[in-house]
Design a protein around this ligand. Structure first.
Ligand SMILES: C[S@@+](CC[C@H](N)C(=O)[O-])C[C@H]1O[C@@H](n2cnc3c(N)ncnc32)[C@H](O)[C@@H]1O
Ligand code: SF4
Length: 341
């Protein structure tokens, strides 16, 4: 069985430790002692080969704003600047990473900098057996594939331009590669709405043959003016608990971990206390963004930036804040029991 990545444990720990003072003090120590605490989310290319109906790639105005490819020659400096602080590297966050021609270089650099958890999130349609093999050899240890429909019809409907057979072929290759790479883990992200939720009852019949380690069931969120825009989950409130309970029983028999909300109503009304720490550990990089807007990454190091902006003091200030002050800082509702990307 493949090893569960360290970040799953740390994220669980973050949700178990309730005191924001303890969390921020821990983070401050990690920062002061030059340890890893960043979750680096990297989109090396601002494009996608699919047009999933729930995704902003069906929002024409938004797509027009997405441009650029991260230069290959900038990768060594990218790595030097951020990877020594990375606990996790997530390649593929808001766009499709397999369109990038130099993923092998990214994974090699991440391995060279000893990043403990190296993950790829993809629609899997462009995966090739040989490149997968190479990436795993270079250091990739988790593949997350996205799915918006269990059956061919709904897959084709929701994952515009998606190829159901190629998707299954990719899962088959990953399953085979896992036999020789026991540390590789496979996760499926299933984004559900009221129209693709019920077919989850057939999930294990269709996907039970693949070696899946984790399944995340993610409720749809409004991500722009998308082609599918029915965000109301109330029609499935009633069937949700029963379906999820059965789903978890089936998953347990196959030793699969489930990341899913306990109930949608509770989730939709829940305040996000865990996200506060993510404001300090989440680092987003793309061809047009590199972590904080004022980080001059081509000319200064991470530590130089932190000194210049009193980053350590900013972390420590949170230790002294009251619960009420922290609540006022909360930004958005948490969408998953554990949010990873
Ligand atoms: C935007 S995609 C980028 C990575 C890659 N292209 C992929 O699809 O895996 C990241 C994740 O967002 C999910 N997603 C897309 N539309 C969503 C929505 N409206 N609400 C919640 N998650 C969504 C996708 O299923 C995917 O797992
Ligand atoms: S969900 Fe991923 S694959 Fe689908 S359109 Fe969005 S970025 Fe592309």
């Amino acid at each position: 069985m493949s090893k569960k990545p360290t970040t799953y444990f740390l994220l669980k720990l973050n949700s178990l430790v309730k005191s924001h003072r303890v969390k921020f003090f821990g983070l401050w120590l990690l920062h002061k002692f030059n340890r890893r605490y960043l979750s680096v989310n990297f989109d090396p290319v601002n494009a996608c080969n699919l047009r999933c109906k729930m995704c902003y790639f069906t929002d024409e105005n938004y797509v027009k704003t997405l441009k650029g490819v991260f230069l290959k020659e900038d990768l060594p400096l990218w790595a030097e600047r951020i990877l020594p602080r990375a606990l996790k590297l997530q390649v593929g966050c808001g766009t499709e990473p397999t369109l990038y021609k130099h993923l092998d270089v990214i994974f090699t650099l991440a391995k060279q900098y000893n990043v403990p958890h190296i993950s790829l999130t993809t629609n899997a349609n462009l995966l090739e057996r040989e490149s997968l093999k190479q990436w795993i050899k270079n250091g990739l240890n988790e593949i997350i594939v996205s799915l918006h429909g269990v059956h061919r019809e709904s897959y084709k409907f929701f994952m515009g331009k998606g190829d159901y057979d190629k998707f299954h072929q990719a899962l088959q290759w990953i399953t085979e590669l896992k036999a020789t790479h026991p540390n590789l883990s496979l996760r499926i992200n299933y984004t559900f709405n009221k129209d693709n939720f019920n077919e989850l009852q057939d999930f294990f019949e269709v996907y039970g043959k693949y070696k899946i380690d984790t399944i995340q069931l993610r409720p749809i969120r409004k991500l722009g003016e998308t082609a599918y825009h029915d965000f109301d989950l109330a029609p499935i409130y009633a069937q949700f608990p029963k379906l999820i309970t059965n789903f978890k029983v089936n998953a347990k028999q196959k030793n699969i971990s489930i990341i899913a909300p306990e109930s949608i109503e509770r989730l939709e009304n829940r305040k996000n206390t865990e996200s506060l720490i993510f404001n300090y550990t989440y680092c987003y990089i793309s061809p047009t963004a590199f972590w904080h807007e004022d980080f001059d990454w081509k000319n200064e190091t991470y530590n130089a930036y932190c000194r210049r902006t009193d980053w350590s003091k900013k972390i420590l200030e949170n230790v002294w804040k009251t619960q009420t002050q922290m609540q006022a800082l909360q930004t958005e509702n948490l969408n998953y029991d554990i949010e990873l990307n």
